[in-house]
Design a protein. Sequence first.
Length: 463
Amino acid sequence: MKNLLNLQLDMTSGSIAKKTLIFALPVLLSGWLQLLYSAMDLIVCGNFGSPYSVGAITATSSLTYLIVSLFMGFSVGANVLIAQAFGAKNKERANKIIGATYALGLVSSIILLVVGVTCSRYFLLWMGTPSDIIDLSTTYMTIYFIGIPFTILYNFGAALLRGLGDTTKPFFFLLFAGIINVGLNFLFVITFKMDVAGVATTTVISQFISAFLVTYTLFRNKKSFANLQLKNIRFYKNETLRIIMIGIPAGLQSALFSLSNVIIQSSINSFGPMAVSGAGAQSSIESFLATGVDAFAQAGVAFVGANYGAMDEKRIKVSIFYSSLYGAIFAIVAGLLCFFFAEPLLRLYISDPEAISYGVEKMNIVETTYIIYAFVCTISSAIRGLGYSFTPMVVSLLGICGVRILYIFTLFPLEMFHSMFGLYIAYPISWLAALLVHIPCLIIISRKVFAKIKKARETSSLA
C-alpha cells in the first residue's frame, strides 16, 4: 500500500504502452468512484426519495457542468504546464505553477459560489425545467454550489499530482471520501428523510474530505519533484498567464459542449418528467464511458506534455498512438456491454417502464457510436499536450456545439425528426463532424512542433 501511495511515474523514459495503462487506471477508477457516488445518489433517491427525485437531480447535471466547466479548464492548463516542467526537470517553475494554480482555484471558487447560490433557480427556469421538479432541483443545486470550493480545489490539486506522474493518491483519497459519501446517503435520505437535500449535503462533505487530503499531500510533498508552499500561492505573471491561455480555451470547449447538452436537455424536458428521468439515468451510465475515455485522454495530455518538455519527438508520437488506441478499445467494449445490458442497467436507477424505454432508446444510439467520441477526446487532448488549446476549442465549437445547435433549431422541429430518436442522433453526427476536423489539425500542429524541436536540437548542438 505504501509503495502504491508513493508511486510517481517518469513519463519521459520506459515503456509508454505500459506506463500509459499504469497512469490511466487510477484516473479511470477515480472517475468511476466519483460517478459511482453520483449513481448511488440517484439509486438511493430513486428507491427511498420522492417519485421526482431522480429527475430533479439529473435535470441539473448539464447546467451544473456548464457553469463549472469554464473554471475547470484551468486544471487542464495546470496539468499541461506541470507535465512540461516535469519533463524539462524545471523544479522552480513547477513550484510556481502549483502556487499559481491554487491562487486561481481560490478565486474561481468564490465566483462560482456566488453565481451558483444566487442564480440556480433562474437558470433552471430558463431551461424549462418541469414544475413538478423545479423546487427539488433548486434545492439540490444551491447546496451543491455551497460546497463548490471543495470540488474546485480537489480537481485542481489532483490535476497537479497527475501532471507530476502521481495518479494513485487521488484515487485512494476519493475511495475514502466516497465510502463516507455512500454511508451518509443512507443516513440522510433513509433515516432523516432529507431526500435531494440529504444527497447534496453528503456530496459537499465528501468533496471537502477529498480536497483536504489532496491539498495536504501537496503541502507535505517535500521529497517529490515539486510541492505546494504558502508563500507560493500567488499570481506569478508568466505561469498564471500560461495556465489561463491553455485553460480558458479548454474550459470554453467544455462549457460550449455542455451548452449544447443544456439545449438538448431543454428539448428532452418538453417530452415530460418520464423522458427526463429515462434520459437522466442513461446519462449517468454514459458518464462511466466518458470517464474511461477521459482517463486515456488525460494520460495523453500528461505523456505528450512531459515528452514535449523533454523534446522527444518519438515518444510524443508513441504517446498519442497508445492513448488513442486504449481509448478506442475501451469505447468499443463498454459500448457493446451497454447495448446488450441496457434495460438491466437502467433498472438500477428507475423502475417506471416508460422512463426505461426512453433510456434504452438513447443508450442504443449513443453508446454504440462512442468510439467516435473516444477519438475526438484523445486527439484533442494530444493537441493540448503540445500547448495548443485554442484549436480544439474552435473545432468543438463548430463541429460539436455548432452542429448540435443547428440541428436542434432546424431539423428537430420538423415532424419527421421530432422524436427522441431524432433528438439523440445529434450526438454521433456532431462527434463525426468534429473528428473529421481534429485529425488534420493534429497532423499540422505535430509537424509544426516537431520542426521546432528539431531546430532547438540543432541550435543546442551548435552551442
